[in-house]
Design a protein around this ligand. Sequence first.
Ligand code: FAD
Length: 498
Amino acid sequence: MNSLTPNVIIDPPTTLICKIAVVGSGPGGAITACLLAEAGENVLLIEEGSFWPLESCEPFSPAEMIQKYRHGGLTAAFGKPKIQYVEGCCVGGGSEINSALYHRTPAEILERWRRDFAVDGLTEKDLLPHFTACETAVQVCSLPGKAPIASLKLHEGATRLGWESLEVPRWFQYQAQTDGTTSPQGTRQSMTKTFIPRALAAGCQLLTNTRIHRISQQGKQWLLKGEFTGSDQPRKLIEISAENLFICCGAIQTPALLRRSGITHNIGNSLQVHPTVKIIAQFPEAVNSLDMGVPVHQVKEFSPEFSLGCSISSPPYLAVAMTDHPQYRSIIHDSWENMAVYYAMITGEGQGTVRNLPIYRDPWVQYPLTQSDLELLSKALKKLAMALFEAGATYLYPSITKTQRLMHSGKVDQISIDQIPTVLPPDRTNLMTVHLFSSCPMGENQQYCATDSFGKVHGFDHLYIADASLLCTAPGVNPQGSIMAIARRNALKFLGRL
Ligand SMILES: Cc1cc2nc3c(=O)[nH]c(=O)nc-3n(C[C@H](O)[C@H](O)[C@H](O)COP(=O)(O)OP(=O)(O)OC[C@H]3O[C@@H](n4cnc5c(N)ncnc54)[C@H](O)[C@@H]3O)c2cc1C
């Protein structure tokens, strides 16, 4: 499939009419558009970014950041400390650039959402058919061979300490079974590989390079005003008229678009993320290689409070992670094969806001961490350091500036680990996240919720949200599994087929 596929609109007219408009083509939007089109509805899927085939660049490369990330990944939520976050901006959204690690929503999280937000129809049993259908569609599976050594190192260290550590399944189509000695290669089953081709085959039309600026109600229709910026076409303003409108722009851009349009009740007041702190571990032996692939192990012993894992660790990623320790930068050049990046990711209690500022195109995102978030980050970082030392790491470089590297000198080097402050210093800690949600929570509790239990915006007819914004709180696990299942459930509810 490419941008020449019939149903991809190359040169749009300035006005378009459809029955259902879906804005944003990440997992939420792609699944919504696909199911509605397959049910015979007239659907137009609108995406701000370009249509790049999955293979258009190396996964996790600088070229991918330029092509498919919003602002090349240089986006931050303000607070103390700032949290650098990343959003996809291309057909398929975040599914085109992510690590494809899959979890179902944990049962205790669903229970909390039902209890605190009064979400109907959200038991494990209710969601089961949606989990299984999405798992089949995107081919969720375990690695058919050996995991990367760096990933196994964390697993080894955690297991020796008696902690629960598991291999996380991925949405991936692997090449033929390997002999078990090398990491298997394959293709991420992103939205451009799965739900978007299905949607187009079912007659959905796709309008790319079009950012929707505002929406408004004109009688029984929704009017969308946007701008088309195709590279070999003149820029043009576009108006789209739709009977039903689904906003699926992700947890930052959905509240930003709704607020720009004057829709503000419980919109953009409760953003949550998984604040994440990183550490580089250096081992005496090689743990990294240019074809290392995606690490798959996560330590779940302390979940839902926090999880530990291994990140993409190619030399450019190691170099970025080492910016907190400039005096050791040359070690990456000499010893990158012995090094890998690890993370500790918390389910914090902070809540952020998404607001628009006059004149500026991008929203202003704030995310204040609480004192207990900073304590929990420290606790998680210490546990990560323990597991890595237990696995044989000799040096650890935490993402805290003006701090010493930690050195292994005993079995588990408690003295060295105690160098990590019990509250991470807000002015010196570098945090990031790739998990954003909860900015427009769903549920019948109108004190907190932006939409009803199935994504219909409270107080508005024919207006829905279907993306990460709906998750009532941080799920404590990689979120795309939850987003996909909830999008499927809500699309079937809209069709009266639940
Ligand atoms: C680097 C990275 C790694 C990740 N790893 C994992 C992982 O391993 N497992 C996991 O479960 N999750 C992972 N995630 C998170 C996951 O990708 C996201 O949670 C998911 O993509 C969110 O889906 P969504 O539909 O809410 O929004 P998005 O995927 O963000 O899609 C929203 C789309 O809307 C478009 N859009 C925004 N505003 C407008 C507008 N005004 N007009 C038109 N279009 C607009 C955007 O361009 C974008 O394409 C990762 C994310 C990143 C960035």
